[in-house]
Design a protein around this ligand. Sequence first.
Ligand code: ZN
Length: 321
Amino acid sequence: MRKVRYTYNRETCKYEPFYVNGRTLRNHVLTFIMLSLIIALGAYLLSIQHFESLDELLLKQKNEKLKVKWNVLHRRIEQTQQELAELIRKDDYNYRIILDSNPLESSIREAGIGGSEKINTMQIKDFPYIVSDFLSLQKIKHQVQVEVQSYDDLEKILTEKLLAWSARPAIQPVSNKQLQKLHLTYGLRLHPIFKVWKDHKGLDFAAPHGTPVYATGDGKVVMAYFSGSYGNVLYIDHGYNFETRYAHLSKFQVKQGETVKRGQLIGYVGNTGNSVSSHLHYEVLYNAQHVNPINFFQRDLSNEEYQKLIDNGSENSFSLD
Ligand SMILES: [Zn+2]
């Protein structure tokens, strides 16, 4: 049975049956749809104002992860800066001082920073920490390049120093085991054969005939011959303006033109030439000028041994040639 609806008629003051026609029904449906759309639109506008979309939530999560990664990168940049600063400090104030070289000018370390790879700050101007880290990385890159070059230079300086140190006459030409007496008669003395005062430009190492004689530094034998005064004598050119001479040898162990190393056997003690007894006459020249060889023996002696050598030698004021 069809359900009848009633409505109140104010004119008749009675409830009367209400029949819905097609037009009224359509109007009701349209009104309902319009109201629904308005409510849906309002809800949508409200949601986009106060609630985030899924994409936004995902982007935010991604952004947080990126921030964490960037913080890790930033800390590593700071750590690298500290390690690089320590490397530079060692370069300037340890290695260069040891090698008698001046620290690098700060202008060299700073030059060129930001020149070749200028950042387009307009694109990331809203992210100052990115700009800051980019500039830090640029500076690190430049300083590493300078430091690599600096260490290459230090290696060359060190190699040159090692060659110079190896060439320097720095040990005794006769071992202390065979040494009988060291005659510290450098300078004016009465010649033991000619009995006249002459300049004695070396030291005399009294040792048994045949005692080994060693090169006191790396170098090249430039002379190996017999001289009336020196007897059998060797001249070694060490480079770096150093030269040494070994006189009165009984026998040569090396030939003229041969390259020798410090400590290499070059001949044997003898009594050839103007000499009164078996010994080695040893000379050191720097810039073609004779210098006292006693100043070059510290390398292979302790302080006590060196002092003993000086004390022992001081007791003998005469020379053997
Ligand atoms: Zn002498």
